[in-house]
Design a protein around this ligand. Structure first.
Ligand code: XIL
Length: 373
């Protein structure tokens, strides 16, 4: 897959219209239009990585699909520390700029993901090994502050930021530790929100995580609620919670699961916070059957989940973590025992619509209108 130049990226608009009219009926409604009719927004992640699964942006058909279906884009990896920060001194904005410029040139909104991924596993090696010197707390504070200020200033078009990502350890519900939190304490999480508010005063500030319903996620949900209550008590400016929503099929949301998830969402909205679905996909690694049968299971799980989450008027947007199976991150992570490729996104590897696309459309069509609330 060849790299795409900035010029090519910006010129794709006309091609997108052709692709759209050739592949779909003219009366067809995009997911973004269906969402917008309800006061919601719909979008997807896109990656400008060097080829491979994360390189969807270099594929003109993928860009055309983004333009057709989305009102908002989010960089899959390009705004993370490990992508933006080769070291403590410098920033490399090139790949993130490609996507940001493409969004701007085509009138799409951009979400920011993320300003602080509070996890050693996902921190750059240099940061994990960083020498914070004789005043570790102030050195750590300055490093985080400079990062957030520079990145927010670079992308003023971003009106919704995942400020802190995955701070809670799902096994224990406690906060994770990173080199930065060892240097300055857990106050780094509050600091991130305060600095983001200053640096991006018009942006919605989001805590984003992957907790789910069910007993296996009890500690994760409880830990997230504790963290949110702490933010509120201490006056950290958090506006919303990002529900990553990497769900699975078959994963029946019966009465017990629904009760679990609603209790959690009720607690969040009870704190005055909004909700977003930030990284939606449906993993079929354990779903039985042929591709067609799995597609139906995936769509069924999706519909149940989206209906539930969209029944909350506080849910303002739905973002898919990729639109086309060819580029799903899950392909690199999970392998089915029968060796068949995963089918977790709304379009198959050849850009054909799947039942999942129709399930998302149906959920958006039947969602209560946000403006009515
Ligand atoms: C994933 C990307 O999709 C992969 O390409 C990358 O290798 C790892 O990160 N939660 C998040 C996202 O907040 O940033 C993750 O994205 C998926 C899980």
């Amino acid at each position: 897959m060849g790299r795409i130049s900035r010029r090519d990226a910006l010129c794709v608009g006309a091609g997108a219209a052709l692709f759209a009219s050739a592949a779909y009926g003219a009366d067809d409604e995009s997911l973004h239009k269906l969402a917008a009719a309800k006061g919601l927004s719909f979008g997807s992640a896109v990656g400008a990585g060097p080829g491979g699964l994360a390189g969807s942006f270099s594929d003109a058909r993928y860009r055309a699909l983004l333009l057709r279906e989305c009102g908002v884009l989010v960089c899959e990896n390009e705004m993370k520390w490990y992508a933006l920060r080769p070291n403590a001194q410098t920033f490399d904005f090139a790949r993130a700029d490609l996507i940001a410029d493409f969004a701007k040139a085509n009138g799409l909104a951009l979400r920011g993901h993320n300003l602080l991924w509070h996890s050693a596993k996902w921190s750059p090696a240099w940061l994990n090994a960083f020498d914070f010197g004789s005043s570790p707390a102030s050195t750590a504070e300055a490093l985080v502050k400079t990062h957030i200020e520079r990145v927010c200033a670079r992308y003023p078009q971003i009106r919704s930021w995942d400020v802190v990502n995955e701070a809670v350890d799902p096994e224990t519900g406690a906060l994770r530790e990173t080199s930065v939190s060892k240097a300055m304490g857990e106050g780094v999480l509050d600091l991130a929100f305060h600095v983001a508010r200053e640096a991006a005063p018009n942006a919605e500030l989001v805590y984003n995580d992957y907790m789910s319903w069910g007993a296996w996620s009890d500690k994760h949900r409880a830990g997230v609620l504790r963290l949110l209550e702490g933010f509120k008590k201490r006056g950290a400016p958090v506006d919303a919670v990002g529900l990553q929503s990497h769900i699975s099929a078959p994963e029946y949301i019966g009465a017990a699961e629904e009760k679990d998830w609603r209790t959690f969402l009720d607690d969040i909205v009870g704190m005055g916070l909004a909700l977003l679905v930030t990284e939606f996909d449906v993993n079929d690694v354990r779903a039985a059957g042929s591709a067609a049968e799995r597609d139906v299971r995936v769509a069924t799980s999706a519909r149940r989940y989206l209906d539930l989450v969209l029944s909350y008027p506080q849910t303002k947007s739905v973002l898919a973590w990729g639109l086309c199976d060819r580029y799903s991150w899950l392909l690199a992570n999970d392998k089915r025992s029968d060796g068949a490729p995963l089918r977790p996104t709304p379009y198959d590897a050849d850009y054909r619509r799947k039942p999942l696309r129709e399930a998302i459309a149906a959920a958006l069509r039947s969602a209560p209108s946000r403006s009515a609330t």
